[in-house]
Write a protein that binds this ligand. Structure first.
Ligand code: XMP
Length: 520
């Protein structure tokens, strides 16, 4: 089987490279940059990810493996693709100067294609201008010897694509792996062709591999699973159940921070134990304003409850969680180089010491891959295609202190927002939608009287994996524009008229980045 090794230098996007490669039917693995070269020497191609560091910083031994791969390429011609920091690393190796000047670029920009190359074949024509996503402070000053410039930045002539065709080494300063780079996946696909990779990797083979892994890890022990009714925990539990059957014990905890009338159905044969701990969670959150502190408290309380439940069952060694890769990346846990965006509760929010061993069978998968996997193992579409709901629940959607009254208000708003969205046939067009309760109150007028109520923000985003997102365009471009506008007006009016305590509704237009999806 063909395989590509991705060397992770700490980019937020590393998993997107892996996901795209896998989507193209090629097996790939991500390795941290301190991996020993011997372990990865058999791969058909190497991709160096981006990363937050600078090659001009003091000597970093994590660059060593990249240099060994480049030396290996000199002998074997094994193809290499360097992305962003990966490009700078390769150019640095070949003696080019890397500069940090005013032309730092973060976000969408345009490049111009100057020359043909197998790496851009079928993606972009010579002389065309292409939208790409750049995310760098450093850039390559002068092309290293042996390399040709294939594309450069339209505004500031950044060296955007370079190639050493003879050695099959390719570099991009931008990120071809993100959707914001138009047709970037074709560049990745071309790289796989250059590396002679067969397209023989499927979701079925991933499932079989994961089941095998779960069986080997667990042996005869019992596993306790946190299930919430959401996509990730349902898919993780169903997959684990398929692997170890009744050794899996599913527990559904009511944290008091769930959606109104949250129910849970996975596969019929999987038994679920309900535990109501809403008072415990809400009392621990009393007086807490800081979002990270809230997450930690929820994470700790979860584990405490689980350890108690595990004792009741007896002989439980593992705690299974539906952590997916965006949780891992944003909690800064995938490599020493990634910075923490937020401690997703099923990752960073866990206590340092716990008696259960963690099992996270979806840890390396993105949401859309999780959905595909769920479908493949027989979960219903209503489970798989529901919008994501964060582990810490409404606590991250109530800004500031959480209390029972605010939870009730937000549950009502959320129910109206989502149900109206379904009535307008919008739910499946949107990747994730929810309401946020703000800790500010504003003046309104109802029935000739003054009101002083909470502001509620509505969020609806398009995304494919939660790593990047755009506000859903309730706007004029579409032929449904009137219906969409009518939806926003209507839903805001229903909310304000029927939820006591809310007198103003706003819509969040921010993309991710620079914002995140949840407000916290
Ligand atoms: P952010 O807000 O980081 O969210 O842009 C990205 C996606 O992750 C979801 N999310 C979580 N999911 N546990 C989860 O299982 C968490 O702690 C958590 N925090 C955020 C969020 O709803 C969005 O889909």
């Amino acid at each position: 089987m063909s395989a590509v090794a991705i060397i992770d230098f700490g980019s937020q996007f590393t998993q997107l490279i892996a996901r795209q490669v896998r989507e193209m039917g090629v097996y790939c693995e991500i390795f941290q940059s301190n991996i020993s070269f011997e372990i990865i020497s058999k791969f058909n191609g190497f991709i160096f990810s981006g990363g937050p560091q600078s090659v001009n910083d003091s000597y970093s031994e994590t660059n060593e493996v990249a240099y060994e791969i480049i030396k290996f390429n000199e002998v074997t011609n094994v193809p290499i693709l360097g992305i962003c920091y990966g490009q700078q690393l390769i150019c640095h190796y070949f003696g080019a100067k890397i500069k940090r000047e005013f032309n730092q670029e973060f976000g969408k920009t345009k490049i111009k294609i100057l020359k043909e190359s197998p790496i851009i074949k079928g993606a972009w024509d010579v002389n065309s201008e292409v939208d790409v996503l750049m995310n760098h402070a450093d850039s390559v000053e002068i092309t290293p010897q042996g390399f040709t410039v294939i594309a450069s930045g339209v505004i500031n002539q950044t060296i955007a694509i370079i190639a050493n065709e003879q050695r099959k080494i390719y570099c991009t300063q931008f990120h071809p792996e993100v959707k914001a780079t138009i047709n970037g996946s074709k560049l990745l696909s071309n790289f796989l062709d250059i590396a002679d990779c067969e397209r023989d990797w499927t979701m079925r083979s991933l499932i079989e591999k994961q089941k095998e892994k779960i069986k080997n890890t667990v042996g005869e022990k019992k596993v306790i699973a946190a299930v919430s009714g959401g996509v990730d925990s349902s898919v993780a539990a169903a997959l684990t159940y398929k692997a170890i059957g009744k050794q899996l014990n599913c527990i559904f905890i009511n944290t008091g921070l769930l959606r109104k009338n949250q129910t849970i159905t996975m596969l019929e044969e999987i038994p679920i134990n309900y535990v109501d701990k809403s008072n415990l969670f809400l009392s621990r959150l009393k007086g807490i304003n800081d979002p990270e502190e809230k997450r930690k408290i929820i994470g700790n309380t979860f584990i405490e409850v689980f350890e108690k439940e595990a004792k009741k069952i007896g002989d439980v060694d593992f705690l299974m969680q539906g952590t997916i890769y965006s949780d891992v990346v944003e909690s800064g846990h995938n490599s020493g180089n990634t910075s923490t965006i937020k401690s997703h509760h099923n990752v960073g929010g866990l206590p340092e010491k716990m008696n259960l061993r963690l099992m996270e069978p979806l840890r390396y998968l993105f949401k859309d891959e999780v959905r595909l996997l769920g479908k493949e193992i027989g979960l219903a579409d209503e489970i798989i295609f529901q919008h994501p709901f964060p582990g810490p629940g409404l606590a991250v959607r109530i800004i500031g202190e959480v209390d029972e009254k605010k939870v009730r208000i937000l549950q009502e708003v959320d129910e109206i927002y989502i149900n109206t969205m379904k009535n307008y046939d919008l739910y499946n067009k949107i990747w994730q939608a929810f309401a946020v309760l703000l800790p500010i109150r504003t003046v309104g007028v109802m029935g000739d009287g003054r009101t002083y109520g909470y502001v509620c923000a509505l969020r609806a985003v398009t995304s494919s994996d939660g790593m990047t997102a755009d506000a859903f365009p309730f706007e004029n471009k579409s032929q449904h524009s009137l219906i969409f506008w009518d939806f926003l007006q209507n839903v805001s009016s229903i909310i304000v008229n029927s939820v006591s305590g809310v007198n103003r509704v706003v819509y969040d237009l921010t993309s991710k980045p620079p914002a995140t999806i949840e407000w916290e």
